[in-house]
Design a protein around this ligand. Structure first.
Ligand code: ADP
Ligand code: MG
Length: 300
C-alpha cells in the first residue's frame, strides 16, 4: 500500500478503536489464513470467579481461604485475584474466626503453574497439578476425581497444598466473551480458521473450545510453546495472526505475522503486538482484517 493509503487506514482504524502500529501489520493482515487465540482473558472475559470448593481434610473453610489468599496476594494472575476475592467474600459472610493476618515470606511465581509462599511458617502451594508434581506433593485419586469433574464443566481446578499435602481444591469459572462464538464463525465464513492455545489443562481447554466452536486446541503450552505453534503454522506457508492479552502471550505476539493485543491486557502484550484492540472486543479482529483487505484491494 502507498504511504497515504496506510495513513488513511490507520486513521480509520484508530477511530474505530483498532490501533495499527505501522504499515507491516496492515500489509500482512489481509493474507491471514489462521487466527490463533489465547484462552484466558482473550476468548474468555478473564475475570474468573470461584464457583466451587472442596476440602480433603478437616479444616475451617475461612482458614483454608486465608492461607490460599495469603499465598496469592502478590500474584497478578486473574486466578489469584479470584481466590483473594472469594476469601474476602466468605469472611464478609461468615465473619471473624480471627482477624489475624499471617505473615507471607518467600513468595514465588511459577509461570503457567501457580505460586508458592511461606504463610505464617507453613509452606503453601496454590496452582495446578504440574506445580504439585514439581514439589512432589501426591495427588490422590479423590483429588483427581474432583479435578476431572470440574474440568468437564469447563472450569479450571486450583489445588492448594499446605505443608506437603493437598488440603483442598477450588474451581474457577471464566465465561466466554459474549461475541467470541460469533467472531469464530464469522472468521470461518471469511475462510480463516481459528485455533486455541492455552497454558490451561487439556480438559478445560477442550470444553471451552467446544463452547466457542474451535476444533484445533493446544493446551498446557508455556510462552515459548505458544510462539513455536505460530512458527509451525508459518512453516506450512500460512500467514498467522495471534490474539492475546498476557505476558505469556508476548513471544507468540512477536512471532506472529500480525500480533493483536487485547486493550485490557498487560502492557507487555500491548508492546509486543502490532495491533491493539482498544475496546477489548473480539469483533475488532475482523475489523482489522477487513480494513487491511479494503486498503490493499483499493490500490491494486
Ligand atoms: P492461559 O494461557 O490460559 O492465560 P497461564 O499460562 O497464565 O494460562 O496459566 C496456566 C495455568 O497455570 C492456569 O490455568 C492455572 O491452572 C495455573 N496458574 C498460573 N498462575 C496461577 C496462580 N497465580 N494461581 C493458581 N493457578 C495458577
Ligand atoms: Mg491470557
Amino acid at each position: 500500500a502507498t504511504p497515504t493509503a496506510v495513513m488513511v487506514a490507520t486513521g480509520k482504524g484508530a477511530s474505530q478503536g483498532v490501533l495499527i502500529k505501522g504499515g507491516n501489520a496492515l500489509e500482512n493482515a489481509h493474507k491471514v489464513k489462521t487466527v490463533v487465540f489465547d484462552k484466558t482473558g482473550t476468548l474468555t472475559a478473564g475475570k474468573p470467579v470461584v464457583v466451587s470448593t472442596k476440602l480433603f481434610f478437616n479444616m475451617p473453610i475461612l482458614e483454608f481461604y486465608d492461607m490460599a489468599a495469603a499465598a496469592e496476594a502478590n500474584s497478578e494472575h486473574p486466578i489469584a485475584k479470584a481466590v483473594v476475592e472469594h476469601g474476602k467474600k466468605l469472611r464478609q459472610q461468615y465473619g471473624s474466626y480471627n482477624d489475624h493476618v499471617a505473615e507471607v515470606q518467600e513468595f514465588e511465581v511459577y509461570t503457567g503453574a501457580g505460586v508458592t509462599a511461606n504463610v505464617g511458617g507453613r509452606k503453601v502451594l496454590v496452582g495446578n497439578k504440574r506445580l504439585m508434581q514439581v514439589f512432589q506433593v501426591p495427588v490422590s485419586p479423590e483429588v483427581e476425581d474432583y479435578m476431572s469433574d470440574m474440568e468437564q464443566l469447563a472450569r479450571t481446578c486450583v489445588l492448594v497444598s499446605i505443608d506437603g499435602r493437598i488440603t483442598g481444591a477450588l474451581a474457577v469459572s471464566d465465561p466466554l466473551k459474549p461475541e467470541a462464538e460469533r467472531v469464530v464463525s464469522f472468521l470461518q465464513s471469511m475462510k480463516i480458521s481459528s485455533i486455541m492455545v492455552t497454558g490451561d489443562n487439556w480438559a478445560t481447554a477442550n470444553a471451552i473450545a467446544r463452547e466457542v466452536g474451535i476444533i484445533t486446541v493446544f493446551a498446557e503450552t508455556d510462552p515459548v510453546g505458544k510462539a513455536e505453534k505460530i512458527k509451525e503454522y508459518q512453516m506450512k506457508g500460512m500467514t498467522v495472526a495471534m490474539v492475546g492479552d498476557g505476558i505469556n502471550d508476548s513471544p507468540a505476539l512477536v512471532a506472529a505475522d500480525v500480533g493483536m493485543a487485547i486493550g485490557a491486557g498487560t502492557d507487555i502484550a500491548i508492546e509486543a503486538a502490532d495491533v491493539v484492540l482498544i475496546k477489548s472486543n473480539l469483533e475488532d479482529v475482523v475489523t482489522a482484517i477487513d480494513l487491511s483487505r479494503k486498503t490493499l484491494s483499493r490500490i491494486r
